[in-house]
Design a protein around this ligand. Structure first.
Ligand code: ZN
Length: 175
């Protein structure tokens, strides 16, 4: 497996902030890719990495879009606004960056993509509709994206315990 380790190391240097830990599913994806196509070049690897990040960001956006539109009764997509920006330039940071409002998705990790996307949609709803979303039913305060046991969640900062987890950002996720 010496060849694989060298190759993987080269690919991660090209595509990712070197030294940062990656979730298991990303490492599995890289290893499956190697099994399927062998030692592809950095350039091809970065293209595939970018395509993967973009498709996960789109999937995360769909999940959030569904809950926000159901809850506030307003659209977060439309012809008059285009606010998701896909960036492919490796010179300006990690490969395959997705921007939504002021937040930037530049991670291959699904839960992080979901949490970041949720913050972007939240910011959009505030700036476009002047609506605070989502809100804690008990404390009537806006929620904040965070993580609980590795799952991206909406948290409320109010309450005696100094805050509480309200729900998973993805309604299908199990807390
Ligand atoms: Zn609360």
């Amino acid at each position: 497996m010496a060849n694989f380790a060298d190759w993987q190391d080269r690919m991660l240097r090209a595509a990712w902030r070197h030294g940062d830990d990656l979730p298991v599913e990303v490492l599995e994806w890289i290893s499956e890719l190697y099994g399927e196509v062998g030692e592809i070049s950095e350039e091809v690897f970065c293209e595939l990495w970018t395509a993967r990040t973009f498709s996960m960001a789109r999937a995360a956006f769909q999940v959030i879009k569904k809950s926000v539109e159901g809850e506030i009764g307003k659209k977060v997509t439309g012809e008059e606004y285009c606010y998701i920006d896909y960036v492919r330039d490796p010179d300006i940071g990690p490969v395959g960056v997705v921007r939504i409002k002021s937040v930037e998705v530049s991670t291959p990790d699904w839960e992080e993509i979901l949490g970041t996307m949720a913050e972007g949609v939240q910011e959009f709803v505030m700036s476009h509709y002047r609506i605070v979303w989502p809100v804690c039913e008990n404390h009537r305060k806006g929620l904040h994206a965070g993580y609980f046991r590795g799952i991206s969640v909406w948290r409320c900062r109010e309450g005696r315990a100094g805050g509480h987890v309200v729900r998973a950002i993805d309604p299908a996720a199990r807390l």
